[in-house]
Design a protein around this ligand. Structure first.
Ligand code: TRP
Length: 331
């Protein structure tokens, strides 16, 4: 069994929402049937910006892993682990630093963008500059071929490929694998208020939300603002309620019927939204069930993460050994 390896990670910065499900987890779930998948909690990456307040990281890590399991990531099929429990990531990161020009990191577009967007945080630290290089080590330490990520991460993978090439030029025996992005072709889900979905805007439906939470949130969802009465024809295109219907309601006949009546001014928002929350809840129910089961046994969940990390480490150690030899540091 020689399947290509897939590696991806997520920072444990809070609860996961529908954007994570559609943008990452559903894809991670599919990939585990085809590839040797390694999925990890990028807790060191969280620290690059959250270094001043680390209190929530471990709890978020466990909660996120419960969500992954809820979404169908199967610890029997995929290796689920925690970055900081595999110190080889840091060792490779250190070696990569030796050959990486600082200007390459300063040029990564997310670097300046994030500094501007998160102006309330001091992101002039070296760790934040090194973020994409640590990410390079995360995947190179497993000889990963494919990295499922969103569009926003493509510049990081570009840097990874350049760094890996440069490293292999200096140390051919390292034979690090150039990682390729596996783009998730997903519809952009807007937030409930039609702004970008973000927990800082409070406009998300979380995987941990109860059925009642979902009903309440959907009831307050932004729709066509011109439709002040049910008999006014409405716009379906770009309307968050219908974007969500398309994403989560498997009953396409129902969705098409709602759309045509909406366009004709023959359906009330209440009916459209009631059917949407029912569809979202039906989709979330099995996720909730698996998530709750995982969280009911926190000791087992922790063991699973630790065992996964031990397994990941045995792979990382083989590659690190090869790299140490190639660099000329084998004693
Ligand atoms: N930067 C990624 C994100 O914010 C998280 C991440 C860290 C990652 N290391 C990775 C993703 C390695 C893929 C591979 O989404």
């Amino acid at each position: 069994m020689n399947r290509k390896r897939v590696v991806s990670g997520m920072r444990p910065t809070g609860k996961l929402h529908l954007g994570h499900l559609v943008g990452a987890l559903q894809n991670w779930e599919r990939l585990q049937h085809q590839y040797d998948c390694f999925y990890f909690v990028a807790d060191w990456h969280a620290l690059t910006s959250e270094y001043a307040d680390t209190a929530g990281i471990t709890a978020a890590a466990m909660d996120n892993i419960a969500d992954w399991i809820g979404a169908g990531i199967d610890p029997e099929k995929s290796t689920i682990f925690i970055q900081s429990l595999v110190p080889e990531h840091a060792e490779l990161y250190l070696l990569l630093q030796m050959i990486t020009p600082i200007s390459w990191l300063e040029r990564v577009p997310t670097y300046k963008e994030q500094q501007e967007q998160l102006a309330e945080k001091d992101l002039s630290n070296l760790g934040f500059l090194g973020y994409p290089l640590l990410q390079t080590a995360d995947v190179a330490i497993y000889d990963a071929h494919y990295i499922p990520v969103g569009e926003d991460q493509v510049p990081h993978l570009e840097l990874s490929r350049e760094v890996v090439r440069r490293f292999n030029n200096f140390y051919p025996g390292a034979s690090l694998v150039e990682p390729q992005p596996l783009l998730t072709p997903t519809p952009r889900l807007p937030g409930l208020d039609n702004r970008k979905m973000s927990k800082s805007y409070g406009n998300t439906i979380d995987l941990s939300d109860s059925a009642e939470d979902v009903v309440k949130k959907v009831r307050q969802m932004y729709t066509d603002p011109n439709r002040v009465r049910a008999d006014i024809p409405g716009t379906v295109e770009g309307n968050p309620v219908f974007i969500y219907h398309d994403a989560f309601n498997p009953n396409t006949a129902e969705v098409e019927d709602l759309k045509s009546r909406y366009r004709a001014g023959k359906v009330g928002d209440v009916e459209v939204k009631t059917k949407l929350s029912a569809a979202i809840n039906a989709m979330l129910d099995p996720i909730r069930e698996r998530r709750a089961k995982a969280l009911a046994r926190p000791g087992d969940l922790r063991d699973l993460a630790i065992e996964g990390s031990t397994r990941a480490r045995t792979h990382a150690e083989v590659i690190m050994d090869r790299v140490r030899g190639a660099v000329g540091l084998k004693y």
